[in-house]
Design a protein around this ligand. Sequence first.
Ligand SMILES: NC(=O)c1ccc[n+]([C@@H]2O[C@H](COP(=O)([O-])OP(=O)(O)OC[C@H]3O[C@@H](n4cnc5c(N)ncnc54)[C@H](OP(=O)(O)O)[C@@H]3O)[C@@H](O)[C@H]2O)c1
Length: 294
Amino acid sequence: MFKSKFLKGVDLSYKHAVYTLSNGVKIPVVGFGTWQVKDGNEAYLSVMEALKVGYRHIDTAEAYRNEESVGRAIKDSGIPREELFITTKLWNQHGTYEEAKEALENSLKRLGLNYVDLYIIHWPHPLAHRGNSTKRNSEVYRAMEDAYLEGKIRSIGVSNFKVHHLEDLLKTARIKPMVNQIFVNPSDQQKDVVEFNEKHDILTEAYSPLGTGKIFGVTQLEEIANKYNKTIGQVVLRWSLDHGYLPLPKSVTPSRIKENLGLFDFKLDALDIEIIDNLYGAFGLALDPDTADF
Ligand SMILES: NC(=O)c1ccc[n+]([C@@H]2O[C@H](COP(=O)([O-])OP(=O)(O)OC[C@H]3O[C@@H](n4cnc5c(N)ncnc54)[C@H](OP(=O)(O)O)[C@@H]3O)[C@@H](O)[C@H]2O)c1
């Protein structure tokens, strides 16, 4: 069974467990996802709820168009900034050093923050830069490295990067990315990318850990959940942690927001992990960033 080296020394029975990134920055092992969470009340109230029940790590993006509401919830929660881990992402149209600098400033402004904990290149091969994306990634990454050195971002990440995108980026990067956020759940673990991440000390964040809601119809998962007296969501999120991924569950439903943090009082037997590992393809595979139509 695959076990990430980021699990070393991490106690997954502790609800405030953290992984340590390659630059020493601590990152809470579960993050709250906000894709498709509408700006305004929906984003504000769900992030408020998440912070109330114990999440300390929020994942947003310029493209989610909810940074303002996320930022308002962060501020109104009253939780000291240094106890929170906030991620946002650079969207696809930005292609130059200057554009990337400006995009980060705009995200910070919308969030009402003077730094983020993680800033990520959202997609490696966007339509707007197809044919030229290696140069584009290297330029925007340079702006991110400078922002890192200036203290505006505490760590640097990429998302949806396949092995060849990472290999290209590493040729010009001065600072290795600390995170690669990719589609990882029982239906697709992208083993080649995860292996490359591990080899280069890059933590794998697992987006769509619940298959954007598609895991809930899988019968094998229901049987395992009953065995542990847990829900399907909890079993799959714990499976993600048991491998050493960092799941980012999204929900706008208060009961589910709480449920999805109920992961630290049980662990799965090796046999059940194997059954879940074998669900490859059960509810779809990762989108190929090289052919995605955006
Ligand atoms: N970097 C990228 O390109 C990228 C791409 C996709 C996602 N992400 C990140 O990863 C996060 C999560 O991925 P995702 O949004 O695709 O979805 P997900 O977390 O895999 O699944 C969310 C869906 O499952 C439902 N759900 C959540 N908890 C549940 C539970 N306990 N029981 C039953 N249903 C439950 C939610 O419904 P309700 O909300 O209605 O409760 C929603 O429909 C995103 O929000 C985003 O932060 C990143």
